[in-house]
Ligand binder design. Structure first.
Ligand SMILES: Nc1nc2c(ncn2[C@@H]2O[C@H](COP(=O)(O)OP(=O)(O)OP(=O)(O)O)[C@@H](O)[C@H]2O)c(=O)[nH]1
Ligand SMILES: [Mg+2]
Length: 270
């Protein structure tokens, strides 16, 4: 675990790595210009992909103009699909297709501050003595040093409930399974069959952890303080939260069924 925040110098980033920061956006015109500037301040060597679902507030228009003068920025504007999960998958697939070493997801509303990027990336590079580097680094609110600022108590309870439920039911070896601030090793993501995903929305973040755990990924966690958005509007709805509960439930049952279907070991005891 890495707990100190690095300075905003590019010397803190492993320059030989090709890194993509993928941001799913819907109506984030107010946040995106500042966010892009802050990402490049803390991590100047990364590229940014914005996956926007044709937001009516002009998010895509801003990106379209900006990518003409900023070669590190690319827009993927989706007109046929919608949903945070499928937008995130589009970003992960883009990273695989374009041979990035790492792909990082973060929200556009400054809840995941770019100041954490150097440490998140450093976490991918470090390994415990005699061990292997991790495949996924998670920004975690639920380990010492992490936290949440600005959420009402009801939202905190909902998040705690989803985390306890998903971690317990799916046996996920992490402390925070519903946050999207993560860095994935792209090579490891090639093992994941994204076409099998049930979720196109917020449950994607638990679902991918479930698939990664099945594939025996190694996880690391960085404490982060999640700060509630100041600009723009939340897109999560009660319906979306209930859908997440349902999908997590289904995943757990699918696991039991596949275990029950495994041939029994009938060999005699030695
Ligand atoms: N492309 C795309 N992005 C989305 C969609 N829904 C949400 N997002 C983005 O996903 C990120 C997280 O969404 P938020 O609305 O901030 O969800 P949240 O963080 O759970 O809720 P608040 O912080 O309360 O707003 C933001 O960058 C959104 O713009 C969607 O349908 N498509
Ligand atoms: Mg948010």
């Amino acid at each position: 675990m890495v707990s100190e925040i690095a300075s905003d110098s590019d010397e803190t980033l492993p320059s030989q790595r090709k890194i993509l920061v993928s941001i799913a956006t819907y109506n984030e015109r107010e946040n995106l210009p500042n966010l892009v500037a802050e990402i490049f301040r803390f991590a100047p060597t990364v590229d940014i992909l914005v996956v926007d679902d044709n937001s009516p507030d002009g998010t895509s228009d801003w990106c379209r103009q900006q990518q003409e003068i900023e070669p590190r920025l690319t827009l993927l504007c989706r007109t046929q699909e919608k949903g945070l999960g499928s937008a995130t998958i589009a970003g992960l697939k883009y990273a695989i297709q374009h041979n990035y070493d790492y792909v990082i997801n973060l929200d556009a509303d400054f809840s995941h501050h770019p100041k954490y990027l150097p440490d998140l990336i450093a976490g991918m590079e470090s390994a415990p003595p005699g061990g292997q580097p991790v495949d996924v680094m998670l920004g975690s609110r639920y380990i010492p040093g992490g936290g949440i600022e600005g959420w009402p108590i009801s939202r905190k309870i909902m998040s705690k409930f989803i985390n306890a439920y998903a971690i317990g039911w799916l046996r996920l070896p992490v402390s925070d399974c519903s946050g999207s601030f993560r860095c994935y090793r792209t090579e490891f993501l090639k093992r994941i069959e994204f076409d099998q995903f049930r979720s196109t929305g917020y449950a994607f973040f638990e679902e991918i952890l479930w698939f990664l755990t099945q594939a025996q990924a190694r996880f690391g966690e960085l404490p982060i303080v999640f700060v509630n958005r100041e600009k723009g509007h939340s897109k999560i709805t009660l319906q979306e939260a209930l859908r997440a509960v349902w999908i997590i439930g289904q995943l757990g049952f699918a696991k039991f069924r596949s275990q029950a279907a495994l041939p029994q070991d009938t060999s005699p005891n030695p």
